[in-house]
Ligand binder design. Structure first.
Ligand code: DC
Length: 222
């Protein structure tokens, strides 16, 4: 039987990764956080001083691509050249630059090839911005997650403060707004609601309600 692919797309901090993780656990599928892959490449760029406030050395990063291996551990943590960097890729510094890296077509092609390869390894839940629209347009089922700005800011702020990151609400809001703008206005694979996607809203009813609704939609297919 063909691999089952569940795609979960949406803007940052809408809860799509938490939903994807919960669905993967429920169905014993692999969870692939495609955003973590763009974050890993951004982490690499920052470490190699290829990106900063004033410049982004795209050509050098392109020349390094054959030596960059982005993958996932058996427990779904993102790895860069064999090393788990799940914690490092969540830093505010990576968040501030990741959309700039992710808007370049050459890097998107690199990721899409890898993501399709990962999708061939078995049943997966993959979350991101272009999974149902570009990476797997024939996904078994597609979800698109929406949430109000208030819910998103709360989620992101809590996530960061729980990790002891010293951050103001204003910085969280401006990072979310900035990434929304870049992710939705870029030329290559902008964030869109994929064709035939089921749109779910992550609201006050919370994540467990969202998970229940998504599971009932998936179960109704089989
Ligand atoms: O889901 P996230 O916030 O961790 O994603 C980080 C960035 O990566 C996001 O700003 C846009 C980009 N991204 C993308 O362009 N395509 C994807 N499939 C996943 C993420």
């Amino acid at each position: 039987m063909k691999n089952i692919i569940i795609s979960v797309d949406g803007a940052s901090s809408t809860g799509k990764s938490s939903l994807a993780k919960a669905l993967a656990k429920h169905y014993r599928f692999k969870h692939i956080d495609s955003g973590a892959m763009y974050r890993a490449l951004t982490f690499y760029s920052l470490n190699h001083k290829l990106i900063d406030k004033n410049h982004f050395d795209i050509d050098t990063l392109v020349s390094h691509l054959p030596t960059i291996e982005i993958d996932f551990s058996s427990d779904d943590y993102v790895m860069l050249n064999g090393k788990i960097i799940e914690h490092e890729v969540r830093s505010m510094e990576v968040s501030n630059y990741v959309s700039i890296v992710a808007k370049e077509s050459l890097f998107r092609k690199f990721m899409v090839t890898k993501q399709r390869e990962l999708g061939k390894r078995g049943n997966v839940v993959m979350d991101g911005r272009d999974i149902g629209s570009v990476v797997f347009p024939d996904s078994t089922i597609k979800f698109y997650i929406e949430a109000s700005m208030e819910v998103r800011v709360k989620r992101r702020f809590l996530e960061l403060t729980q990790k002891n990151v010293d951050i103001s609400l204003t910085d969280v809001i401006s990072n979310i707004e900035n990434r929304d703008h870049i992710d939705s206005s870029r030329d290559d694979s902008p964030l869109v609601i994929p064709k035939n996607a089921i749109v779910l809203t992550n609201n006050e009813e919370g994540l467990s309600h969202l998970i229940e609704v998504a599971i009932s939609k998936i179960d109704s297919l089989f």
